[in-house]
Design a protein around this ligand. Sequence first.
Ligand SMILES: [Zn+2]
Length: 243
Amino acid sequence: MKRKNRIYILYLNKKILFILTLLLLIIIGIIFTKGSRALNIFSYRDGQVIVIDPGHGGIDGGAGNVKDVLEKDINLDVGIKLKKQLLVEGFNVVMTREVDQSLEHLSSLNASRYRRDLDARKNIIDNNEPVVFISIHVNSSKKSTARGAKIYHYPNSTEGKRLADSIARSIDANLYEKFLKEESLRTEVLSEDYYILREPSYTGVLVEIGFITNPEEKRLLMDEDYKERLAFAIKKGILEYLD
Ligand SMILES: [Zn+2]
């Protein structure tokens, strides 16, 4: 009886040891194969802030059609997806809006509703001292064939241009080539004297993520997988700019 017990204990110990070894190997495996990804959750990038500015909102629908789909809703959706991806990377993320609202009530300017809305966005950007800010918009054109992302930086802003180029490269590689398998579609980088690029004291770009007036691109901009991939591509572009 005594002997039998001993054998049982020995067997149990071996089994536990085997399971523990296996668990340890799995954990080591995850850390090594996923590398920086697993460890990124624990790296907080020294409190680096990124401001995401989903264009329009509330009374201001932006491009599109209220019976179909409005730009403001696509902007917010992509903005929230981008926020989630940046949080995983360890950034502090601030959004100019997280719900369907315009922001003029946050401005003390004595100006038009439109200008007060933009002033409020500018103040949120400046108050949070971000490493970069990203304004998200959807484009429209009289030509239904117009398509593809366009990224705007402030004229003569070297950093703005560098950020725009980096995000453009990432959208081309991660979204157009790998996801859509379209080698010919390319993101355009342009400079423009927009209020939201001129007024803030920090580096930022305005990303026109696609054309709502192009039937195929509109369909894609309503597709969850596409928007998730788009947010991923923007994030990758930001990371490459900062590294
Ligand atoms: Zn817009």
